[in-house]
Structure formats: structure tokens, C-alpha cells
Design a protein around this ligand. Structure first.
Ligand SMILES: C[S@@+](CC[C@H](N)C(=O)[O-])C[C@H]1O[C@@H](n2cnc3c(N)ncnc32)[C@H](O)[C@@H]1O
Length: 283
């Protein structure tokens, strides 16, 4: 099967990501008023887990998707895997009799072929060191007729305010002599309707359903905006947290004037959280 993209498997990038998820673990579930939980609930609603099924949640994080699936498949069970110990310990702390959480890479699952009826990957594919390998592994461990459900952020639906803010991060990092590992920009297109189905088909899945979830809102001011955007990914997080109080105030002033430069007050501090969700079948 031809790989659609080059793996970005540098250990440095994986360490950077795991570090980021370890650090944000305690606030992951409450980020943006529980946005991740709403996305997880929608993904599970789409794939319709059935009683008695065995499910695998890849890149489970704090187990949001896994716990929603567990409630539906009981007396079946859910295995959640991830590389971040702190995310996993939060997943384990949630009440549930039919879930189990293990430290494991999405690209090297230890399970036998055709073990699961359902595989879920909520907001995780774009973070994997090798997304093609992760999808191939999902295919391998699914039974014939089993389903995969994937959600990916759709970045092209970001607002002008978000675009402006994220464009400013590169120059900000350079100004402070900070350099972080980053995945190639192809990852930012994973949530586009012409890309996610192609990734799934390339791993052998037949795409049965494709849908979008778009929500949004407005931050009240630069401080609230910066706090929220810090949780949006490893680059903004590491950069924003690295700034001392003086530079943080300077950033707030820069963000205020960038928002003013948008012209229309209605555009200032406006954000979208947009996701593409796909369900595929393993034939
Ligand atoms: C944005 S979180 C998604 C968590 C959860 N699935 C949800 O829907 O909220 C992405 C997760 O993928 C995990 N991850 C990143 N690379 C991974 C890999 N190669 N194998 C397994 N998990 C990985 C991260 O540690 C993180 O917990």
C-alpha cells in the first residue's frame, strides 16, 4: 500500500508531543468549555457502537471517546492506548468497569489480527508519528465488517482572527530565539474532505460516512484568547508558556492590535472549532 506522506518519526517530535500532552492533561477535559468532550460524544454517536462489541480507542488521551464507547458496548469492553502517562492516568481515574488503558504506540499495536469490532481515533491521527502506519494497524486489528471512526480538526474553517494569531507564532518564536520541532504542514490538511477519506481508503477502508462539526465563539479579551489558544497545540503552548510576565503583556498588546487590524469588530477574538468525522468499514 503506497504511503500518502512521509513519516515524521523523529524521537524529538514524539518527546515534544508527549511532553505537551503530559502538561495539558489536567485541563484537557475542561478546555474551551469541554469542547473535546462534545467532539468525542459526536464521534461515538456517528459510529453507533453495539452491546457486546470489543473496541479499541487509539490515542485515547483522557479516555473521552473510550468512556462514551464503554457505556454503549457493555458488557463488551474498550481498550484505550496512548503514549502520555498523565493522559492515561486521568483516563484510568474515571469510573468504568469495562475499560482498560495501556501505554502503547498507535503504529505498533501488540494485538492479534482481527481482535476488535470497532476502532476509534478521536482528534489523534494528525499527532501520530506515522499516520499511515497507525491506520494500517487499525485495519489489521479490526475484524471483517468492523468499523473505524476518526475525527480530525478542519483547519481551513478557522476564522481570520485564528489565522492571524497562528501566522504570528513563527515570528514570535524567532524573536525569542526559540525553536521547536514541528510536523510537516501536510498535517494541517488531514481534516479536509479531500484528504481524510483518501487516508482511510489508502489503508484499505471503505468510507461509509463523512460529516462535519463546526462550533465557535468569541473570547472576551486578549488574555482569554491567549489562554485558550495555548491549549490548541504543542507550538502555541510551549511558546506561550515560555514567555515571562513582561513578554506575556507584550503579546497581549500585540494580539489586541492584531484584532483591531481586522477592521470589523465582529471578527475580533472570534474562533471556530471545526472537525471532519469519518466512519470507514473494514471489508
Ligand atoms: C488531542 S489528544 C486526543 C485524545 C482523545 N482521543 C480525544 O478524543 O479527546 C491526542 C492524543 O494522541 C496521543 N498520541 C500522540 N501520538 C501517539 C502515538 N504515536 N501513539 C499513541 N498515542 C499518541 C497523545 O498523547 C494524545 O493523548
Amino acid at each position: 500500500m503506497a504511503a500518502l506522506m512521509n513519516p515524521d518519526s523523529s524521537d524529538e517530535m514524539v518527546d515534544h508531543l508527549v511532553d505537551f500532552f503530559d502538561q495539558i492533561a489536567p485541563v484537557y477535559d475542561s478546555w474551551a468549555n469541554g469542547q473535546h468532550s462534545r467532539v468525542a460524544a459526536r464521534l461515538v454517536e456517528l459510529v453507533k457502537p453495539k452491546k457486546g462489541q470489543q473496541a479499541l480507542d487509539v490515542g485515547t488521551g483522557t479516555g473521552l471517546v473510550a468512556h462514551f464507547v464503554a457505556a454503549k458496548v457493555s458488557p463488551g469492553s474498550v481498550m484505550g492506548i496512548d503514549l502520555s502517562d498523565r493522559m492515561l492516568s486521568i483516563a484510568r481515574s474515571k469510573e468504568s468497569k469495562n475499560t482498560q488503558f495501556l501505554g502503547m504506540a498507535a503504529e505498533r499495536l501488540v494485538f492479534r489480527p482481527e481482535t476488535f469490532d470497532l476502532v476509534t481515533m478521536g482528534e489523534a491521527l494528525a499527532y501520530f508519528a506515522d499516520p499511515d502506519d497507525a491506520l494500517n494497524e487499525a485495519y489489521r486489528v479490526l475484524r471483517e465488517g468492523g468499523r473505524i471512526a476518526v475525527s480530525c480538526q478542519r483547519r481551513s474553517l478557522s476564522t481570520r482572527a485564528q489565522d492571524l494569531f497562528f501566522q504570528g507564532l513563527g515570528p514570535l518564536a524567532r524573536r525569542h530565539y526559540l525553536n521547536f520541532p514541528r510536523y510537516s504542514s501536510e498535517r494541517s490538511r488531514f481534516g479536509e474532505p479531500d484528504v481524510l477519506p483518501r487516508l482511510l481508503e489508502s489503508a484499505g477502508f471503505e468510507v461509509e460516512l463523512l460529516t462535519e462539526m463546526v462550533t465557535g465563539g468569541r473570547a472576551q479579551d486578549a488574555r482569554e484568547w491567549i489562554e485558550m489558544m495555548a491549549g490548541a497545540g504543542p507550538l502555541p503552548y510551549t511558546l506561550i508558556k515560555a514567555l515571562g510576565p513582561r513578554y506575556r503583556l507584550e503579546l497581549e498588546a500585540d494580539v489586541e492590535s492584531a484584532m483591531d487590524s481586522l477592521g470589523d469588530p465582529d471578527d475580533s477574538f472570534r474562533y471556530h472549532h471545526s472537525y471532519l468525522m469519518a466512519v470507514g468499514i473494514r471489508r
